[in-house]
Design a protein around this ligand. Structure first.
Ligand code: HEC
Ligand code: HEC
Length: 320
């Protein structure tokens, strides 16, 4: 008996199993993963806000973004015009976190023409979009102290980026598509394991102890973002959670697989949430991103396929 054959056999079998495993786990994805570890843009912290008259309004903007509910929420001290969430709940670390839906490219790319409105949008208009959709509320007057603060802070964050440039790590990552439709039944199972401990089994979140804003913000229901918000598109939700949830994680250390991120997105976005009339969005429907969950469309795919996929590999999903 040649004993060396036994370890050689084990080695070959292990190698084959590893290879087959790798193949099967990548089979579900249409493209290879695009998350890499090269360094990304990250924003300056609040202690770097200048201590002068310009700094005063920037600092007020920082307060509004991190603690929106205290100023503009249901019991806000300035106005009652939004749903109790903070901008920071979705624009993590006050809009400075790499791939955390940060504001890095706002100063350098606005004003710009956006396909959703068909208009040239200022930063003020874009902020009001989130107020009316993500915070299911009302717009701020563009001359108000609050809007001036928010815009001053966002512009200050991105002030070193050359005009027209979008640094790596800004906004939300575009994940590779699945070959299949995202599966909300699988997503429900993963949600219960990875998300429900904080966001609640009914997605309702958990109010902060002082009653202002949330310890864990809601993911669906009356107090969540409405169906015209960016996160209601599967690609935005999946891209956001891949690099940021379960909290805390980041693009160097992700927890969810890409498949699971898509499936959880399908589950959360199949739950009830406020409705907003959006019949005037996407005036040119040929510019509508493939994963817009509400029709009409310029192709003949169903609303269901536009919501859950499968999406074609050449679609421009990240386009806003
Ligand atoms: C429920 C989540 C959510 C909340 C809360 C929210 N946003 Fe957003 N915001 C988004 C998403 C999603 C996008 C689009 C990102 C994308 O398409 O890549 C976005 C985009 C933006 C952009 C444009 C970024 C760019 O690079 O073009 C600005 C500016 C913005 N939000 C400001 C705000 C402000 C100010 C608040 C608070 C008043 C706020 N948002 C609250 C989810 C949210
Ligand atoms: C350990 C607690 C915790 C877990 C687990 C967790 N989150 Fe979160 N999540 C948070 C907190 C806290 C925030 C708000 C972050 C902030 O304000 O800085 C948040 C924010 C969010 C947001 C943006 C705000 C909103 O409510 O729309 C989404 C979407 C989200 N989480 C989805 C998920 C999903 C999906 C999972 C499971 C994969 C998950 N989270 C797991 C704590 C958690």
């Amino acid at each position: 008996m040649k004993y060396w054959r036994i370890p050689a056999f084990i080695f070959v079998v292990t190698f084959l199993m590893f290879f087959l495993y790798r193949k099967s786990s990548s089979d579900a994805l249409l493209q290879t993963a695009i998350i890499d570890s090269a360094s990304c843009w990250t924003g300056a912290g609040p202690y770097q806000i200048p201590v002068d008259s310009a700094g005063t309004i920037i600092r007020y903007g920082y307060q509004l973004i991190t603690n929106t509910a205290a100023y503009l929420g249901p019991n806000g001290r300035v106005a009652h015009m939004s749903n109790g969430m903070n901008c920071q709940n979705c624009h993590l670390d006050a809009g400075t976190k790499p791939w955390g839906n940060n504001y890095g490219a706002v100063a350098s790319t606005y004003p710009k023409i956006r396909a959703r409105s068909g208009l040239k949008e200022s930063v003020e208009m874009r902020v009001n979009d989130c107020l009316q959709r993500s915070l299911n509320g009302f717009p701020l007057d563009s001359l108000s102290k609050e809007m001036r603060g928010i815009v001053a802070y966002i512009k200050w964050l991105g002030n070193e980026i050359p005009k027209g440039e979008k640094p790596k790590g800004t906004g939300i990552v575009d994940l590779p598509f699945l070959k299949r439709a995202a599966d909300s039944a699988k997503g429900k199972k993963d949600f219960i394991i990875s998300c429900a401990s904080c966001h609640g089994i009914n997605g309702q979140g958990k109010a902060a102890l002082n009653g202002i804003g949330y310890l864990y913000p809601p993911l669906w229901g009356n107090n969540s973002y409405n169906d015209a918000a960016g996160l209601y598109r599967l690609s935005r939700f999946a891209g956001f959670i891949k690099n940021n949830m379960p909290n805390p994680c980041n693009y160097h250390h992700t927890i969810l697989s890409t498949e699971s991120a898509w499936d959880i997105a399908a589950y959360v976005n199949s739950q009830p949430r406020p409705h907003k009339d959006q019949s005037r969005d996407w005036p040119d429907i040929t510019k509508k991103p493939i994963d817009c969950p509400i029709g009409p469309y310029s192709d003949n795919l169903s609303e269901k396929q536009h919501k859950y996929g499968p999406f074609r590999s050449n679609s421009t999903v990240g386009k806003k």
